[in-house]
Design a protein around this ligand. Structure first.
Ligand SMILES: Cc1ncc(COP(=O)(O)O)c(C=O)c1O
Length: 358
């Protein structure tokens, strides 16, 4: 007899990107390039390392469990009442807490597929049932089909915009129309982990779209544009009862003192964050243009990555890039996600990709 839940055997394990140090060792190269985890490549924002060092000195104490200073800073910068904000150990933890706060075993969590690979894991982890609505042929959410898939058992709908891994983003009209169609007893979570990379004016800010709709929550992260992936800070804005419920189920003290200090310091650097994001956005256009010539059907991306719908060539393409020292992220039989790196890293990827595909 198993000591753990038998249903977990069917659960896919989360696959982190491969370690560049390992690959470099294997290939006998000084270093390998990692374009597999959607990080921004420019290091910490100014002032963050100093804030981390100072907070580390105090780390024999527990952190502020309510993350008051961080929630106040976020509230000030984003125009959200701090009572509506919850923080967590990355936005993936908050997605998990939202599932835990809404769904019981047998309840349904609905999302588009393919999307963020953590969604099926956190849903199954809560004993809830995943309902996956296939993406449109262009890799976007089919909001009409998603609205139609809502049943009496649906407790939570995850909307990922821009979508990981396809990069597609929803327009304001489409999103508003969808939110109007969702019953008010179903929570919609707009996962905007890549919001800072959006340049299309048709793509709305989820915080504005959500407004004060009680059944809409918005997830944001400090991991991507703000450069804190390794420190694990995410936040959400929701109606007060939802934010409070999340704060109840959150693992106590899960945002460390160092992470809180780093997040507050990073948030002081919005202009520098935006400057870095602008470099990524320009490189995104360059990489996408070059790849359009090699791969048909690449969806328009609003994130810091490009999706290559290579289908059954995905694994071979990723292996060919790795053999040239560039780690990308294959999704078996479906496609390959390539994170936008520095111009030099992107050049190395484009050289590897051209060699692999021509
Ligand atoms: C769509 C989406 N949401 C959430 C996350 C989680 O980010 P974090 O837990 O680092 O905040 C990711 C990370 O890859 C993501 O792609």
């Amino acid at each position: 007899m198993s000591l753990t839940r038998p249903d977990l055997a069917a659960l896919p394990a989360y696959k982190p990107g491969r370690s560049p140090a390992d690959l470099a060792r294997e290939l006998g190269m000084p270093e390998a390039i990692k374009l597999a985890s959607n990080e921004v490549p420019f290091g910490l924002l100014p002032g963050v390392a100093e804030a981390v060092a100072a907070a580390a000195q105090q780390s024999h104490r527990y952190p502020d469990m309510a993350a008051v200073a961080l929630r106040e800073e976020l509230g000030k910068q984003y125009g959200v009442d701090p009572a509506r904000i919850a923080t967590g150990c990355g936005s993936v933890a908050l997605a998990e807490h939202l599932v835990k706060a809404t769904a019981l075993p047998g309840d349904e969590v609905l999302y588009s597929w393919r999307s963020f690979e953590a969604y099926p894991i956190i849903t199954a982890g809560a004993g809830a049932t995943s309902v996956q609505v296939p993406n449109t042929p262009e890799g976007g959410h089919d909001l009409t089909a998603m609205a139609a898939a809502i049943t009496e058992c649906t407790r939570l709908v995850l909307v990922c915009t821009p979508n990981n891994p396809t990069g597609t983003a929803l327009s304001a009209d489409a999103l508003r129309h969808f939110l109007d169609a969702v019953p008010t007893n179903v929570l919609v979570v707009i996962d905007e982990a890549y919001r800072e990379f959006v340049t299309d004016p048709e793509v709305p800010d989820g915080l504005e779209i959500a407004g004060d709709r009680p059944n809409v929550a918005v997830l944001r992260t400090l991991s991507k544009a703000w450069g804190l992936a390794g420190l694990r800070v995410g936040w959400l804005s929701a109606s007060e009862p939802v934010a409070e419920a999340v704060r109840k189920v959150v693992t106590p003290f899960s945002v460390s003192m160092v992470a809180q200090a780093a997040a507050i310091a990073a948030l002081q650097q919005r202009a520098e964050m935006e400057r870095r994001v602008a470099i990524i956005v320009a490189e995104r256009a360059r990489v996408a243009d070059a790849m359009h010539r090699l791969v048909p059907g690449i969806p328009e991306t609003q994130a810091n990555f490009v999706w290559l719908p290579l289908e059954d060539r995905s694994a071979a393409f990723a292996a060919a890039c790795e053999a040239r020292g560039v780690i990308v992220r294959p999704f078996q039989g479906d496609g390959v996600r390539v994170t936008i790196g520095t111009p030099t890293e992107n050049d190395a990827f484009l050289t590897a990709a051209a060699a692999a595909l021509t």
